[in-house]
Design a protein around this ligand. Sequence first.
Ligand code: CU
Length: 149
Amino acid sequence: MNRRTVLAGAVALTTGLALAGCSSSGSKPVLKVTGAFMPQPVSDMAAGFFVIRNSGGASDRLTSVTSPLSDNVTIHESKNQTMRMVSSFEVPAGGELDLERGGNHIMFMNLKQQPKQGEKVSVELHFEKADPIKVDLPVKETTHNPKKQ
Ligand code: CU
């Protein structure tokens, strides 16, 4: 191997490393929350809905939710008209986690107060990989359903 070939090889190697660096920064979840709301509660329980879009290259999981409104916030899956608590929801890479009326939701128990339409409830979403995200859920009328507008 002459000196020129060795140099060419070194250049190729450097370029390869730069590309690898680039794609490893793309293998993180990049999350954005939209369409958040809470139907005005009619008891000491409330539900919350939103969509989490993941434009990153790695999947993530919503693992817990905290809120000043309740010390007992859980994430619920709805199937065949019944709901049950789950430990996490997947937010797939390049996809979204959809919490919507009649489907999966977050559930607030033992509300410290009953928020009214027009108010906002702040929550913090916690993920397996991504940093926590703070979201304000606008309180909508009890029957509000964005899918039916
Ligand atoms: Cu529930």
